[in-house]
Design a protein around this ligand. Structure first.
Ligand code: F6R
Ligand code: MN
Length: 202
């Protein structure tokens, strides 16, 4: 984005608008992730899920992104809405990724209840989030967001442009832990080895 047009006048700002209730947007792009695109990420085997009553077309989350600009240091903004639900007890979540660049990220919860699972080498942590909570993530931390509630979990993410991510690492190695609905209103965050990292109410 050039700050000035060819006549030397300030150019127009980029603007966008998102209505998260009906997911109507102006500007930016919207990406929809269904269960089909989450193959291999939930603990439960994909073939078992197909036999259960979850359709491959079930929407797990939507992401709206408004571009930023590297040269002008305008950060990019995204808003993600994860639907409530579970797959074999594992609560609906994003794919998860790490940023290969040295750029961290700020997350802010806009509505609903959820959290961020982060991993840096063998260190795994869980940050629960409700409306108004902010979590700032260093660049090295892989992160995945999870809806622990009964309504959509909506949060914004703010990071330097351009958006560069590595998804393969999570697809191959996972996050090292899962967020499971256990009984009633309770959820637990357990490592792949079975250690209890955190628990909470949905
Ligand atoms: C950007 C960021 C979020 C996620 C979004 C979807 O760095 O962390 O905007 O991209 O919540 O998650 P993924 O990208 O894992 O599908
Ligand atoms: Mn990110």
């Amino acid at each position: 984005m050039a700050a000035y047009n060819s006549a030397g006048e300030p150019s127009a700002a980029w603007t966008g608008r998102l209505a998260p209730d009906d997911w109507a947007s102006e500007g930016g792009t919207v990406t929809v992730r269904t269960l089909r695109e989450m193959r291999g990420l939930f603990r439960r085997n994909f073939e078992e899920m197909q036999q259960a009553d979850l359709s491959e077309d079930t929407v797990i989350y939507r992401v709206w992104r408004l571009r930023g600009d590297e040269e002008q240091h305008i950060p990019e903004i995204s808003v993600t809405s994860i639907e409530p639900g579970e797959v074999g007890g594992e609560l609906f979540m994003t794919h998860g990724h790490r940023h290969p660049s040295n750029r961290g990220e700020t997350y802010m919860c806009l509505r609903g209840n959820g959290g961020i699972l982060v991993r840096d080498r063998s260190h795994i942590r869980w940050y629960p989030m409700r409306e108004g909570d902010v979590v700032q993530l260093p660049a090295a931390w892989a992160h995945r967001s999870v809806n622990t509630g009964y309504r959509p979990f909506v949060f914004s993410g703010h990071y330097s442009a351009p958006f560069t991510v590595s998804y393969d690492e999570i697809l191959n190695a996972g996050m090292g832990a899962a967020v499971m609905h256990v009984a009633g209103d309770l959820y637990e965050v357990r490592t792949n080895e079975g250690a209890l990292l955190a628990h909470g109410r949905r």
